[in-house]
Write a protein that binds this ligand. Structure first.
Ligand SMILES: Nc1nc2c(ncn2[C@@H]2O[C@H](COP(=O)(O)OP(=O)(O)OP(=O)(O)O)[C@@H](O)[C@H]2O)c(=O)[nH]1
Ligand SMILES: [Mg+2]
Length: 439
């Protein structure tokens, strides 16, 4: 099935020209009903058998008149319907234009519009739950409440400007003061989770590294639950970079298996080792695999130090836990971001490893499954500015009220950039430009 959707003043009239109802009914009086019929070209050619859905404004996605033509789908019939609509006076929508119109008509705010992008692009169930929550307005309501408190404070400050004989602290009652502090705490909490929010949305790259034959590919296969990479007892099996997507604590993660790092004369293996190093440089997290059944090898420590120098967080997987363990763990192992004993062969320790990796990716922040978080840099930047202004305001209310008013105005301006009330046009353009056509 495919849908051609029209929005705007002429939408119903345009489709009415092309629609021939199977029961002789018209579209004009079909509000929120489904009409069956055909789309017919002006020359009388039947283009497709369709269902038409009429949603007069303001009870529609854009608050304008919206008509949807549900056709059989496929490029041929859909293009024919589209061309007929264009011929009858419609024009093609720009990327995100439907959502832009919903935003401009005030049906949704900018946070919700951006959540629509997230809904479309969600890669994990956790992504979708968070996007659904944000799209339903959870986050918007929180930001709105913050703005309300700032506005009330501003009104008092402005009163203090007009009546300089009253001290500002006396003008702010206990309840409002409490709300101001709660807002400050809420902003701090929201900021603390913003990096986790961004990571959940954007995903991360996790590179598996280690000496040859320690079981990197075996572990990779175990984590992706598929025999994706070749495993063999021969050292130097993997040469290419092998990628698969997994979900760790809700984060979409690109897992990359790499060639075992060692000095080698083999030309192809050398290329593999170089690719492995490049992969590690660009990863957000490294999983260093060592063979726990062997005595510590100096190459393990050398690679560990390489990773530390790259400033990538490193989790160590002490693999082959099913075999007799070496008498001692190398001392440097404790300097990483955790060591988990696993067996790629039996699956022992895999859950703990996944939990460790997921927790580390989210920076130790606990995120509820359906928690709507700010998850974009521009949101974080604006919220940080708003929060800094409020901090300064609360830190010293004895300074001149004119000065305090400026802090609150700036905080409101910054909050408004997140919700869309004061967002500059170029940013809006960028945001809606990220949509696909037709959304
Ligand atoms: N007993 C045991 N053997 C394992 C385990 N994991 C891997 N192996 C064996 O170790 C050997 C090497 O495994 P690979 O997964 O190919 O190791 P690798 O690190 O990818 O090796 P290269 O690609 O050559 O760098 C194979 O014979 C595996 O069957 C494990 O947990 N326990
Ligand atoms: Mg391998």
């Amino acid at each position: 099935m495919g849908i051609v959707r029209l929005s705007g003043d002429g939408a119903i009239m345009i489709v009415a020209q092309l629609f021939r109802s199977s029961r002789g009914a018209t579209l004009e009086n079909a509000a929120h009903r489904v009409r069956h019929g055909h789309i017919v070209s002006p020359a009388g050619e039947v283009l497709d058998e369709v269902l038409c859905l009429v949603m007069p404004g303001p009870h529609s996605y854009t608050r304008e008149d919206v008509v949807e033509i549900h056709g059989h789908g496929g490029a041929g019939p859909l293009n024919a319907i589209l061309e007929a609509c264009l011929g009858a006076g419609a024009r093609l929508a720009g990327p995100g234009e439907f959502t832009l119109r919903a935003f401009l008509s005030g049906r949704i705010d900018l946070v919700q519009a951006e959540a629509v992008i997230d809904q479309i692009q969600a890669r994990t169930r956790a992504n979708l739950q968070a996007a659904n929550a944000a799209a339903s307005g959870t986050l918007s309501r929180e930001l709105h409440a913050m703005g309300e408190t700032l506005r009330l404070l501003l009104a008092r400050v402005e009163a203090a400007v007009d009546f300089p004989e009253d001290d500002l602290p006396d003008l702010i009652d206990a309840q409002l003061m409490q709300d101001a502090q709660a807002t400050q705490a809420a902003m701090t909490a929201m900021l603390a989770k913003s990096d986790a929010g961004r990571l959940l949305r954007e995903g991360a790259t996790l590179a598996i590294a280690g000496r040859p034959n320690v079981g990197k590919s075996s572990l990779f296969n175990a984590l992706v639950r598929d025999a994706r990479a070749i495993v063999s007892s021969q050292a130097g099996t993997t040469r290419d970079r092998i990628e698969e997507y997994v979900t760790l604590s809700g984060v979409p993660v690109k897992l990359v298996d790499t060639a075992g790092v060692r000095h080698t004369e083999d030309e192809v293996e050398q290329i593999g080792v170089r690719i492995a190093r490049e992969t590690l440089q660009n990863a957000q997290l490294a999983l260093l695999v060592i063979d726990a059944s062997e005595s510590p090898a100096p190459e393990d420590e050398a690679l560990f130090n390489e990773l530390l120098a790259l400033e990538v967080p490193v989790v160590i997987a002490a693999n082959k836990a099913d075999l007799d363990a070496a008498p001692e763990q190398p001392a440097w192992c404790t300097q990483g971001d955790g060591l988990v004993s696993v067996s790629a062969l039996t699956g022992v320790g895999l859950d703990a490893l996944e939990e460790k990796l997921g927790g580390l990716l989210l920076g130790g922040v606990n995120v509820a499954a359906d928690e709507a978080l700010i998850n974009r840099l521009h949101q974080k930047d604006s919220l940080r500015r708003a929060s800094a202004c409020l901090d300064r305001f609360l830190a010293d209310m004895t300074v001149s009220p004119e000065f305090l008013a400026v802090e609150l105005q700036e905080a409101l301006q910054a909050l408004g950039e997140i919700t869309g009330e004061t967002t500059p046009d170029d940013i809006l353009e960028k945001i809606f430009g990220a949509f696909c056509i037709g959304k």
